[in-house]
Design a protein. Structure first.
Length: 219
């Protein structure tokens, strides 16, 4: 199963008529925030696979189209903000178990998608009943945690706006997803770490696009 993961930037090669040529065998698309609805809609239209996404700190609640209409979510895509979801895997006996927590650490009052550490803890704890249900039904809590911001101390920055969340560390320790994928931390140098192991979880900075092969190969 191949998963295309996007974050923070409209990539020319993806927002292109040749998208299917570049990614012919993608089974699932995940958005890690700060992506316009039209971009996600373009991807789901051309690839015709499930698309799940969380918001970033710069995302607005509404997007306005040229005809004056107001759009509140990406058409054809599934919001993953604060919820758990199950996605069918081709030729696999069980589903892929997802959960999502968008937004960044609060650094001003201008965005609804900024949270204090305490607020993110509360949002993380709210996922617990769904994760326990997964454990009882499928034998594991979570496969893939989709976030916008990184965990505290992993791929985050020294400034307040780019500090990661403590609650994500707890979620990884306790519920052991195979991956945590995030954006928010822009990468401009080749020597910047973008894959870090934390207990049983591989933390991936996907900015601006990355493909994960569920057999554990990273592309």
């Amino acid at each position: 199963m191949k998963i295309l993961i996007l974050s923070d930037e409209v990539v020319e090669a993806i927002y292109s008529p040749r998208l299917r040529d570049h990614y012919p065998d993608v089974d699932l698309v995940l958005g890690c925030g700060d992506l316009p609805f039209y971009y996600l809609e373009y991807v789901v239209t051309l690839l015709n696979v499930p698309v799940y996404y969380v918001p970033g700190n710069h995302d607005k609640p509404n997007e306005y189209r040229a005809d004056g209409s107001v759009v509140r979510q990406a058409g054809g895509c599934e919001p993953l903000e604060g919820v758990a979801a199950r996605v069918r895997r081709p030729l696999a006996p069980g589903p892929l178990l997802l959960a999502g927590l968008g937004g960044s650490l609060r650094y001003n009052a201008e965005s609804r998608h900024q949270h204090t550490q305490g607020e993110m803890w509360a949002r993380a704890v709210s996922l617990v009943p769904a994760l326990v249900f997964n454990r009882l039904k499928f034998g594991r809590y979570l496969d893939l945690l989709v976030t916008h911001a990184p965990p505290r101390g992993i791929h985050d920055g020294a400034d307040l706006a780019h500090t990661g969340f403590d609650a994500f560390l707890w979620l990884m320790r306790v519920f052991q997803p195979r991956y945590l994928v995030h954006g928010h931390s822009h990468v401009y140098r080749r020597d910047t770490p973008t894959t870090t192991r934390y207990h049983a979880t591989a933390v991936l900075n996907v900015y601006p696009a990355r493909v994960v092969d569920w057999s554990w190969r990273l592309v």
